[in-house]
Ligand binder design. Structure first.
Ligand code: PMP
Length: 407
């Protein structure tokens, strides 16, 4: 992988911040965008902008072709069987909420169980809390091991034939843990439950095959994989989606509307009420082209290398605690003794290094780890080991700075 050529595709990376070349290590929050994606959106607005699916005019049918073409790219990207199974929406949060509000409320009843883990993002906790509360169901947690993983034995002990939904992150945005979703799907199915996968941190980084994983639902966000903000995909198995009610009602998603009743369009449009996210979907299509041109195997190999490098380099810093397992996705979450992560991030910013500090939308996990916040450096296809070296230097400076400050 020619990392220099890749970096040239990302104009935002080519700048100084606070007098230093920018080191962007916050891609788990949102990734940067390559020129091809920026240009695809720009070109659409300059030449084609029009509403879709209603067009009797030329621009309308061009826009529709581009929008539906992006759906086909998304289908191929995760190897779904059909474009009927690809629902465009705002992102992972919206996708998970659609499943909870539609499938969850219709299929979870009093006494049933919903199973999640303590490492979930708030977007994969709160929708299930809401369903459990409304339906008198129980929310159960698969216990977390000391190293930030879960065991299949614990999954088997937690999932029962009362379980209706197992909802789990493919990759933790804090620990970097890669969960064995294929095996968990099998256990869920053996118990008559469906599995909902939060793919926000996996789709950008590894080849996803929803048929091989045999997951029932899989949600991901475009903005974490080089696409614009405001576009995401919910995959669902066609028979499940067919049996589900829409959650948003209005234009675009209807077949016929009469005074007191209405009927819905077929999949996937019945879940896409209102004017769709046309430019976003076109941007996502361009992002998929960009990623596929490099190759997800190449990207995964590069990230594995850089994740190992970062883990080893940060492990060598005295007084630095890393959270999560050794085998991980390309992010490192950590704390420096005696220094608040917000202060770590502020000092690093003066060196032009962008990391994230806070609870990372994972307050349940923070409690388990017995911390209020952590710092996180997250890497993507454009990051280099030299940038990790800059992070290490910055952290050593941070330590020195706070070592000299008396509290
Ligand atoms: N799940 C995980 C694991 C995430 O990392 C994120 C984004 N931080 C989300 C869900 C929510 O994604 P979005 O904000 O794009 O809806």
């Amino acid at each position: 992988m020619d990392i220099r050529a890749i970096r040239e595709q990302f104009p935002v990376l080519d700048q100084e911040v606070n007098g230093h070349p920018l080191v962007y290590l916050d891609s788990s929050a949102t990734s940067q965008k390559p020129i091809s994606v920026i240009e695809a959106v720009d070109h659409y607005y300059r030449t084609t902008n029009s509403n879709v699916h209603r067009g009797v005019h030329t621009l309308g049918s061009r826009a529709t072709d581009l929008y539906e073409g992006a759906r086909e790219k998304a289908r191929r990207f995760i190897n779904a069987k059909s474009t009927s199974e690809i629902i465009f929406n705002r992102g992972t949060t919206t996708g998970l909420n659609i499943v909870a509000q539609s499938y969850g409320l219709a299929n979870v009843n009093e006494g049933d169980e919903i199973v999640i883990t303590p490492m979930e993002h708030h977007s994969n906790i709160i929708p299930w809390q809401q369903v459990a509360k409304k339906k008198g169901a129980t929310l159960k947690y698969i216990p977390l091991q000391e190293d930030g993983t879960i065991t299949l034995e614990d999954v088997r002990n937690t999932v029962t034939n009362q379980t209706k939904i197992v909802a789990i992150a493919h990759v933790s945005n804090v620990l970097g843990t890669i969960n064995p979703v294929k095996e968990i799907a099998k256990i869920a199915h053996e118990n008559g439950a469906v599995i909902v996968v939060d793919g926000a941190q996996s789709a950008p980084h590894m080849k996803i095959d929803v048929q091989d994983l045999d997951c029932d639902f899989y949600a991901f966000s475009g903005h974490k994989m080089c696409a614009p903000t405001g576009i995401g995909v919910l995959y669902g198995k066609e028979d499940l989606l067919n049996a589900m009610e829409p959650v948003e009602f209005g234009g675009e998603m209807i077949d016929f509307v009469e005074k007191y009743d209405s009927t819905w369009k077929e999949l996937p449009w019945k879940f896409e009420g209102g004017t769709p996210i046309i430019a976003g979907a076109i941007g996502l299509g361009a992002a998929i082209d960009f990623i596929e041109e490099i190759g997800l195997d190449e990207i995964a190999a590069h990230e594995e290398h850089i994740a190992n490098y970062a883990y080893d380099a940060l492990s060598n810093i005295d007084g630095l605690t890393i959270y999560g397992p050794r085998k991980r996705a390309s992010l490192v979450t950590f704390n420096l003794d005696e220094v608040h992560p917000h202060d770590v991030s502020t000092v690093l910013d003066t060196e032009g290094i962008a990391i994230r500090a806070g609870h990372h939308c994972a307050q349940v996990l923070m409690k388990e780890l017995q911390v209020s916040a952590t710092a996180r450096a997250s890497m993507y296809l454009y990051n280099t080991v030299e940038e990790v070296d800059r992070l290490v230097e910055g952290l050593l400076k941070t330590k020195e700075y706070f070592g000299n400050v008396s509290f």
